[in-house]
Design a protein around this ligand. Structure first.
Ligand SMILES: C[S@@+](CC[C@H](N)C(=O)[O-])C[C@H]1O[C@@H](n2cnc3c(N)ncnc32)[C@H](O)[C@@H]1O
Length: 185
């Protein structure tokens, strides 16, 4: 089956499969910000095997796709903290959060600030396509590279146990794994 998501063409799925394989058969909760045509949610629904795994998506508008019962989709703006908290309250803590939404700094920062606390210990917060911030001709993405650097600078206080930043042509991924405690009080 083909999936309508650019995560396949840009090679991100290969990284995700390596990262997520220990979770493939476990009961997990995953939240993806940015649904578009629903291709990635359908992919996750096929990839993660546990019957009680929940796959949550949010976007400004929803596609007319029939998802399985394991997939829950919500109309929610990345700036809507009340909406984000309601979704997290119902389906968090999340083992995986992927921000593949606007890729604008304000929205990306807001979701990280609001939702990193909703990641389970050992879980991942992932920001995709942050390298859009390098595109000088598209100022709407300005600040994304700086945001990733700012999060990295705060790793000890944010209780991040592990981080990886992948940057190749047409491929940018930053993941932050939640640790038990910060490295400094
Ligand atoms: C790159 S697409 C998502 C692709 C999808 N994750 C996939 O892999 O197939 C980005 C999505 O973010 C959504 N988006 C943009 N700004 C948003 C906002 N402020 N709040 C919620 N979603 C937003 C867009 O509507 C769009 O569907």
């Amino acid at each position: 089956m083909g999936y309508d998501t650019d995560k396949i063409a840009n090679g991100l799925m290969e990284n995700y499969k390596t990262l997520f394989s220990p979770l493939q058969h476990k009961k997990i909760s995953i939240l993806e910000i940015g649904i578009l045509e629903g291709g990635s949610l359908l992919y996750w629904d096929n990839y993660f095997q546990h019957l009680e795994t929940v796959i949550v998506g949010l976007d400004l508008s929803l596609p007319s796709v029939e998802f399985s019962d394991r997939v829950k989709v919500f109309k929610c703006d990345q700036n809507d903290n009340k909406g984000l908290r309601t979704i997290a309250g119902e389906y968090g803590p999340f083992d995986i959060i992927i921000d593949d939404g606007s890729h604008f700094r304000k929205e990306t920062e807001n979701c990280f600030r609001e939702l990193f606390a909703e990641v389970a210990i050992g879980g991942y917060y992932i920001i995709e396509d942050w390298a859009a911030g390098y595109w000088r001709d598209r100022p709407m993405y300005a600040g994304m590279v700086e945001l990733i650097n700012e999060i990295i600078a705060r790793i000890p206080e944010l209780s991040i146990s592990e981080s990886r930043v992948i940057l190749e042509k047409n491929k940018a991924l930053a993941f932050f794994r939640k640790g038990e405690t910060g490295w400094q009080e």
